[in-house]
Design a protein around this ligand. Structure first.
Ligand SMILES: *Cc1c(COP(=O)(O)O)cnc(C)c1O
Length: 355
């Protein structure tokens, strides 16, 4: 029946998300979700939004959510675009700026959705090898032929570039879009928001899924000059005028306005990350300097794939990527202190048994 399919879809390899298993309860450290629940105010707002008004379409411009993002970031509403999760915002951005043979440069180790968008939208994408230590070589992202796509902190490496390097990249590509995906920025990296009013070629994408504990409602946003925001709205309004439903708009806005809750959960995740990193180092692991809510680790004498499978048998899910340059590593999301103590004890036991 594939003869019905569009010809360019036949070879498409879609993104494979981390598993969400239903066979048993796992300690889930495989998709970088937040171990803490969303703000109680977000849950209240979501419940309150489940009312008779659901018969009406939502606000296509997401006015109140954009206002909450504006309060959260300090940017004017005219520089903000709200979307149905940042993956969708990224897809709209690829379609708006990098489609149909346009060029873009991205690190060879990066968020594995970018190659998928590139294939779907016909981006002529170039992969720049990251350094041996997984840091991004800044020089290779200056004077690019068509623009840049970069997660900062990067995924799955957890390594971040300082703001000064991001500014060099933005300033080094006049007239070409530099897309910075800040999905993990709240866990310790520097945001490039301060550059938005200074450069007309910078697009920053954020998500509610990680630091705001709202992966389940699908909300994200983008920030850029008005020309960039207009381009995103143009693509959006060619596909679906109402990408963010009433419930997601209400929940995301309330979560952003509960700054205190956001600050306290992200601090807890950062503190747990530091403790977990030290415990895993003591077991002989090496790792990148994480500025995200996950660790990217390698054990010199224990194959990552075997460790991944043994942890899975014990009900602990982490992420293993069978891809060049990263197949000797695991990506471990930061859970609660209890989750991480269980993980460290299981790892110590597995490694100890083989010795
Ligand atoms: C998790 C993640 C996203 C996706 O976020 P959603 O808003 O849940 O779609 C985007 N970019 C990176 C780098 C991520 O890790």
């Amino acid at each position: 029946m594939k003869e019905m399919w569009s010809s360019d879809l036949l070879d498409m390899k879609p993104y494979v998300p981390g598993e969400q298993p239903k066979d048993r309860r796992y300690i889930k450290l495989n998709t970088n979700e937040n171990p803490y629940p969303p703000s109680p105010k977000a849950i209240e707002a979501i419940i309150a939004a489940a009312n008779a008004d659901l018969r009406l379409y939502p606000d296509g411009e997401c006015g109140d959510l954009v206002a909450a993002i504006s309060e959260f970031t300090g940017l004017p509403a005219s520089r903000i675009f709200a979307g149905n999760g940042s993956d969708e915002v990224l897809a709209l951005a690829f379609r708006a700026f990098f489609a149909s043979g346009a060029k873009a440069r991205t690190p060879d180790v990066g968020y594995s959705f970018y190659p998928v968008y590139a294939a779907l939208f016909g981006t002529n994408i170039e992969y720049v090898p990251v350094n041996e230590d997984y840091t991004v070589p800044v020089e290779a992202f200056l004077d690019t032929p068509g623009g840049v796509v970069l997660a900062n902190p990067n995924a799955p490496t957890a390594a971040a570039l300082p703001l000064a390097d991001i500014e060099r990249i933005v300033a080094g590509n006049p007239g070409r879009l530099v897309l910075i995906d800040e999905a993990y920025v709240d866990f310790g990296a520097e945001t490039a928001v301060s550059l938005i009013e200074k450069y007309d070629n910078l697009l920053i994408v954020r998500t509610m899924s990680k630091a705001h504990s709202l992966a389940g409602i699908r909300a994200g946003w983008a920030m850029g000059c008005e020309n960039i925001i207009t381009a995103l709205n143009t693509v959006k309004n060619c596909v679906n005028s109402y990408t963010v439903d009433r419930i997601a708009q209400a929940g995301a806005a309330a979560a952003l306005r509960d700054r205190e809750y956001f600050e306290s959960t992200r601090r807890r995740v950062i503190a747990t990350r530091e403790r977990s990193a030290a415990a895993l180092r003591a077991l002989g692991f090496d790792m990148t300097d994480s500025k995200a809510n996950f660790l990217f680790v390698r054990h010199p004498d224990f194959p990552a794939k075997e460790l991944f499978m043994k942890l899975r048998e014990r009900g602990i899910l982490v992420r293993y990527f069978d891809l060049p340059r990263v197949s000797d590593r695991l990506r471990i999301s930061i859970g609660t202190d209890g989750d991480m103590e269980t993980l460290v004890a299981a790892v110590a036991d597995i490694i100890g048994k083989r010795r």
